[in-house]
Design a protein around this ligand. Structure first.
Ligand code: FAD
Ligand code: FES
Length: 370
């Protein structure tokens, strides 16, 4: 084994963007063996870990009645560079278990400010988002996964942009708008945003302020309670030059399906970037059954809607992940034994095939080498 690989080996589970960081982590781990390095590091600072990225919640600021911005101070090893529009993984311990979700960064990299922020809309039938909006205390130490994602602004940005967002889909675009303003870009931007009413518009003041103070930015609000949903067949009426603009769209599945259809029919699919927050599941679901994590020696019984990733995380197993949406391929593993079902397509996979744990569930019995 080369010296570099030997140095990095103890920290190989940490998703660090800069490989040099894992060399330092690995060396710290080796220097403190046989005692656990995290025992020493934690004593000095709870944000230091040789094995994982951590952060501390600094503040939680309400944006609307059901959404809040969570400001986080990242600990050792968190990359200072990330692209506007990218997301982070957030791991929070609730009732003794770690729960992971992805959130778009609403903060801007490359500033003197070391803090990052995410903005979360509470999902009434969900688990973690409501806790982040209403229950997480400043001072709470959380786990982080390094920023990722292709839904990001290129540098330099295009001269003409169109943003189409709805609800919490405004968050990655807010990261982009803040970054554009900070870097002094004067791109020509139209932002079509939809929410039930004015009280529900996340970042309303900041968006309206941008709109008033800048003739290169136009905010076009669609308040669905009084105006109905965005009608994309009439997009040319509100944005006559929409076809000349590079578009970033984020929002509920129905809106994004419509956007993809309109852009594809116009032969402009390559000008469109889409970010989805939820998996489009088939109605079929899976059968459920027993999943065995062979390397960890653990087994779980799960229903046909629970993913293999969730099953592993519920048992405390570190399952590699990125988008948790079937897009990034970070979670791909070979299926060691048995059968699993893809929750998006309904397709069944068998032993030997490579599967995505974030969108697959067990179909009877299966074994993974995790
Ligand atoms: C790349 C990316 C970026 C994101 N950025 C943001 C952001 O900036 N802001 C934001 O608010 N959100 C964002 N999200 C969404 C976020 O990650 C969470 O999915 C969201 O906050 C809901 O989490 P939750 O724990 O409250 O809900 P969950 O507990 O995950 O549940 C979500 C929904 O799925 C249903 N569900 C859960 N488990 C099952 C099951 N077993 N069977 C059937 N249905 C089930 C629930 O009823 C609920 O409706 C992003 C997602 C991705 C992938
Ligand atoms: S975590 Fe991205 S594809 Fe599974």
């Amino acid at each position: 084994m080369s010296l570099l690989r030997w140095s990095k080996r103890p920290a190989h589970d940490v998703q660090a963007r800069n490989p040099a960081v894992n060399v330092v982590r690995g060396l710290v781990a080796r220097a403190t063996t046989p005692l656990l390095p995290d025992d020493y590091l934690h004593l000095v600072n709870p944000l230091w870990s040789a094995r994982e990225l951590r952060g501390r919640v600094e503040s939680v600021r309400k944006e609307t009645p059901d959404s809040a911005t969570v400001v986080i101070r990242p600990g050792w090893g968190f990359p200072r560079q990330y692209q506007p529009g990218q997301y982070v993984g957030i791991g929070l311990q609730v009732d003794g278990r770690w729960h992971w979700r992805s959130y778009s960064l609403t903060s801007v990299a490359d500033t003197d400010d070391e803090l990052i922020s995410i903005t979360v809309k509470a999902n009434p039938s969900g688990f973690l988002s409501a806790h982040l909006v209403d229950g997480v205390e400043p001072g709470t130490v959380i786990r982080l996964a390094a920023p990722k994602g292709d839904f990001a602004l290129p540098e330099p940005p295009p001269a003409k942009l169109l943003f189409v967002t709805a609800g919490s889909g405004v968050t990655p675009v807010m990261g982009m708008l803040r970054s554009l303003r900070l870097r002094g870009h004067d791109a020509d931007i139209v932002h079509v945003h939809s929410a039930p009413g004015r009280d529900d518009v996340i970042f309303l003041d900041e968006l309206e302020h941008l709109d008033r103070g800048n003739d290169r930015f136009r905010l076009d609000l669609q308040l669905t309670r009084t105006m109905g949903k965005i009608d994309l067949t009439r997009l040319h009426e509100r944005v006559p030059d929409w076809a000349e603009r590079e578009c970033w769209a984020c929002g509920p599945a129905q809106l994004l399906d419509d956007v993809e259809r309109v852009w594809t029919e116009a032969g402009l699919r390559e000008q469109l970037h889409v970010e989805r927050f939820t998996i489009a599941r088939t109605d079929r679901g899976g059968e459920g059954g027993t999943v065995t994590f062979r390397a960890s020696g653990k087994t779980a019984e799960i229903d046909g809607a629970t993913t293999l990733m969730e099953a592993g995380e519920n048992l405390g197993i570190q399952v590699p992940f990125g988008c948790r949406m079937g897009i990034c391929q970070t979670c791909v593993v070979p299926l060691a034994e048995g059968y699993v079902r893809d929750l998006r397509s309904g397709e069944e996979h068998r032993e030997g095939e490579r599967i995505q744990t974030c969108i697959s569930t067990v179909s009877g019995e299966c074994t993974l080498d995790l």
